[in-house]
Design a protein around this ligand. Structure first.
Ligand code: GUN
Length: 299
């Protein structure tokens, strides 16, 4: 089979950001307050620095305020918690994101638990995890799975009743993705490193979301004809063809092998990646609306 739709995440995310900017402008006009997002980066991990810079730039481009807090890699847990408490209390800050991973001296769970659930634009606080698990409408939903769901709704046709396989069981992607698909009435399977007959599980799926961090793990003959394939993986691998010491980004899905089987598929880069920040901006606006007692906009 040929002719899979290659999902253009860059264009899809640009569209979403434009809608967020439009709704943010309307919110600012009626409420007189500008939504604000605080991003906290501990240490100097190069990939995290790029993300944080992009987040700040796109937040401002959407008409919202960006607050950046860069802390030394030696920051103590107490100092980080103090900052989180100050941001919780700051009325100009509607959303708080603490960039992960954190250095080893810091207890990640304790930091996530300290963020006010109403400002938890990452959706990592257990209050929001619990709300998502029970299908509450006012959950803050983690950005990457939310972006995947938006793409699936657009490109995957009717979701209700479909067999969905989520490959990976992380708190950031796999588990919330499964909860979202279940809420859409999919029949959801979560596969992971201990799953037996993984290829067979994948072949049964009409929707396949790969989020394991293993380059090119999903092979062409694992994909059912016409399945919608969403690749969350961002793996850097050596690329000697580009020159000595060069690398390139690849997904968890062997794109070239799978594109002939899938009905629609996301590339890496340019698929899910751009959607994460766009959804973060959406969540920041939603948090500002919740805090102002204004109905959430449909975005
Ligand atoms: N590190 C990589 N992805 C994410 C994310 O979505 N949120 C946070 N806080 N850290 C990350």
């Amino acid at each position: 089979m040929n002719g899979a739709t290659i999902i253009d995440g860059k264009a899809f995310a640009a569209d979403l950001r434009a809608r967020v900017a439009e709704r943010a402008a309307a919110f600012i006009a009626t409420s007189g307050t500008t939504p604000g997002l605080a991003v906290v980066l501990v240490g100097e991990d190069p990939a995290s620095q790029v993300y944080v810079r992009n987040k700040a730039k796109q937040t401002v481009e959407c008409g919202m305020r960006s607050f950046e807090h860069r802390l030394s890699v030696e920051t103590s847990q107490g100092d980080l918690l103090d900052l989180v408490h100050r941001l919780n209390a700051d009325p100009a800050v509607n959303g708080i994101l603490v960039q992960l991973p954190l250095p080893p001296q810091i207890d990640e769970a304790a930091v996530l638990a300290a963020i006010d659930p109403a400002k938890d634009v990452d959706g990592f606080h257990v209050v929001n995890t619990g709300k998502l698990a029970v299908g509450a409408a006012d959950a803050m939903v983690p950005c990457t799975p939310l972006g995947c769901l938006m793409m699936l709704k657009h490109y995957g046709g009717e979701l209700s009743g479909k067999r969905a396989l989520v490959l990976g069981r992380s708190n950031i992607v796999g588990k919330p993705m499964a909860a979202l698909l279940l809420k859409e009435s999919c029949t959801v399977t979560i596969a992971h490193s201990r799953t037996r007959d993984l290829a067979d599980e994948c072949r049964r799926a009409e929707i396949l979301v790969a989020a394991v961090g293993r380059p090119h793990m999903v092979k062409g003959d694992w994909v059912a004809p016409g399945a919608t394939v969403i690749d969350v993986g961002i793996n850097r691998i050596p690329a000697p063809e580009k020159g000595e010491g060069k690398t390139r980004l690849v997904g968890d899905v062997d794109f070239d092998a799978c594109v002939g089987h899938a009905g629609a598929i996301t590339p890496v880069p340019g698929g899910v990646g751009p959607m994460t920040i766009a959804c973060l901006l959406r969540n920041t606006l939603v948090a500002a609306c919740d805090q102002a007692g204004v109905a959430r906009p449909e975005i």
